[in-house]
Design a binder for this molecule. Structure first.
Ligand code: NAD
Length: 255
């Protein structure tokens, strides 16, 4: 990672911040992106206090114009983006038959269209350079039905398919595109699903209505578990891996 620039979206959130911290600790410069200017400035400042080279940028990934302006600004201030991590995401729970238009559209706008906007903006700048790696943080929900997650799962399936198709189209340029599919991970998103106390228990034990099989490894993932997998797929250790979906869920979806 030394000397490379990584752009991480959702970097004020649990997984995005862990990714930003790990990539910076391994020597990357990080452009940390999130929606709210004050939150991302706070995250970047806290990481700089840890001695890490992290700069905060505010942008809404649902706006293609904002994303193009963001990537222009990042590259003019910090240099060429070598690594992209799409970690921005939202979760709106609700039975499929009762979802509002607003919940459906807002979920797809961030989790699917946002991945499209940022990946397109970045990959078009990577192609002439003939190098780069993209990781989209999707979800194991993309491939396994879970009650109340229809919009979320559909958005993550779209992001996964998009990232793999992009990977195929740019493979000849040397750019790799992969997906990390976490299961339940201890972040504000997971805690927002239940009371803090019940979130981990429900994930681990299994719950017929929502989690189906539980987590065979007996614990939810930490954001760092997911971050290490993202860092691996970005690294030269994964130099012959592209269009791959790597599940990090303690066995919850049973492979
Ligand atoms: P989080 O809520 O802590 O972080 C998500 C971040 O995305 C937030 O900081 C939020 O502000 C940002 N974001 C939302 N909308 C945005 C927008 N329009 N533009 C820019 N940024 C925006 O959640 P997390 O658990 O860290 O999630 C990170 C990723 O991992 C998400 O894509 C999520 O779907 C995925 N994921 C999480 C879990 C889990 O159990 N926590 C499981 C599977 C997948």
């Amino acid at each position: 990672m030394k000397g490379t620039l990584a752009l991480v979206t959702g970097a004020a959130g649990g997984i995005g911040e862990a990714v930003a911290r790990l990539l910076a600790a391994r020597g990357a410069k990080v452009a940390a992106v999130d929606l709210d200017p004050r939150r991302i400035a706070g995250t970047a400042a806290a990481l700089r206090v840890e001695g890490l080279d992290v700069t905060g940028f505010a942008a809404d990934v649902t706006s293609s114009a904002a994303v193009e302006a963001l990537v222009d600004e990042v590259e003019s201030r910090l240099g060429p983006v070598r690594h992209l991590v799409n970690a921005a995401g939202v979760l709106r729970l609700g039975q499929a038959r009762a979802l509002s238009d607003q919940d459906w559209n807002a979920t797809l706008a961030v989790n699917a269209t946002g991945v499209f906007h940022v990946s397109r903006a970045v990959v078009n700048r990577m192609i002439p350079r003939g190098t780069g790696a993209i990781v989209t943080v999707a979800s194991n929900a993309a491939g396994t039905a879970r009650a109340e997650m229809a919009a979320y799962a559909a958005s993550k399936a779209a992001a996964t398919a998009f990232t793999k198709c992009l990977g195929l189209e740019v493979a000849h340029t040397g750019i790799r595109c992969n997906v990390v599919a976490p299961g339940s991970t201890d972040t504000p998103m997971l805690r927002g699903m239940h009371t803090a106390d019940t979130a981990a228990k429900a994930s681990i034990a299994g719950n017929a209505e929502q989690f189906r099989v539980g987590i065979p490894l007996g614990k939810v993932a930490s954001p760092e578990d997911v971050a290490r997998t993202v860092a691996f797929l970005l690294s030269d250790d994964a130099g012959h891996i592209t269009m791959h979906e790597l599940t990090v869920d303690g066995g919850a979806t049973l492979g």
